[in-house]
Design a protein around this ligand. Structure first.
Ligand code: LER
Ligand code: MN
Length: 272
């Protein structure tokens, strides 16, 4: 398992679960100094001028890009893949596509998190899931053509009413034709909606492609009440070899949250 830490380049996510928000150069320098393997990037789109520095930063610091978020499509543009307007869904797909292309340049998968949307008003859950499925079929294959998987992240009940648990998500993804979608297990969301996070990881098994490494209160592992040992044991059991990426609140401050994450990673994981 490898360690990663998040940086957001989107001003609208201030107060959100991103450790660094002071630009890519700062995030890569701090991540490298602490010994992280990779940085997970939350970009505003694919053409932000700052993204041009990514090749140089990854090379200079010997760091990978762990994954790229697509959530700015929702946070900034209010697009979702299950929106009742076909035009909005189409724009959402286009947004995700260009982020897939951006990540693929670094061998990194894109994440579908808040872009999944939710069902409400006159739209039924089945209808919303049908639209989401259409999008994932197309985007999963698009990602495959770029040589990367696509990550789908079940969110807790306060953020979506579509899919909240890993097991349900795995079963639903198996109904799709595309085989290129992996599940992102976010330990913060799982703490809310799973009966047992370790059991959920075993249910996801080989479909688990990425982990957001967050404690129960969305702070660094060790700063909340999640028992991490059984979770790491389950990840070892399924032979998970992906990232544990700290998508957490920058509390008490970004440097301390990053340090605590690396301490927790070294204590619980890195000795494998
Ligand atoms: C995205 O990774 C996530 O976990 C969501 O809570 C963001 O809204
Ligand atoms: Mn997450």
């Amino acid at each position: 398992m490898r360690s990663a830490i998040t940086v957001s380049l989107v001003p609208e996510t201030k107060g959100g679960p991103f450790v660094f928000s002071n630009g890519l150069a700062d995030a890569f320098a701090q991540a490298a100094a602490l010994g992280f393997d990779a940085v997970e990037v939350f970009p505003p789109g694919a053409d932000a001028p700052e993204l041009a520095t990514l090749p140089e930063l990854t090379q200079r610091h010997g760091l990978r890009v762990a994954a790229v978020g697509t959530g700015a499509g929702w946070v900034v543009h209010k697009l979702t893949l299950s929106h009742r307007s076909a035009e909005s869904r189409q724009r959402a797909r286009q947004f995700v596509r260009i982020i897939i292309d951006l990540g693929a340049r670094f061998g990194a998968p894109a994440i579908i998190g808040s872009m999944q949307g939710r069902w409400e008003n006159e739209v039924s859950r089945d209808q919303a899931l049908g639209w989401l499925a259409e999008s994932l079929e197309e985007l999963g294959e698009h990602a495959a053509s770029r040589g990367v998987p696509l990550l789908y992240e079940p969110l807790n009940r306060y953020e979506t009413n579509l899919l909240n648990r890993l097991g349900d998500t795995a079963a639903w993804l198996r109904t799709l034709r595309t085989r290129n979608i992996r599940i992102l297990g976010d330990l913060f969301h799982m703490n809310i909606d799973e009966a047992n996070s370790a059991a959920a990881i075993r249910e996801a098994g080989p479909m688990l492609g990425h982990v957001h490494f967050a404690d129960s209160n969305r702070r660094a592992i060790g700063m909340g009440q999640t028992a991490i040992a059984p979770i790491i044991a389950a990840l070892r059991e399924i032979k998970y070899a992906g990232y544990l990426s700290a998508e957490i609140l920058p509390l008490p401050d970004p440097a301390a949250a990053a340090r605590q994450t690396m301490d927790a990673f070294r204590r619980n994981v890195a000795h494998e």
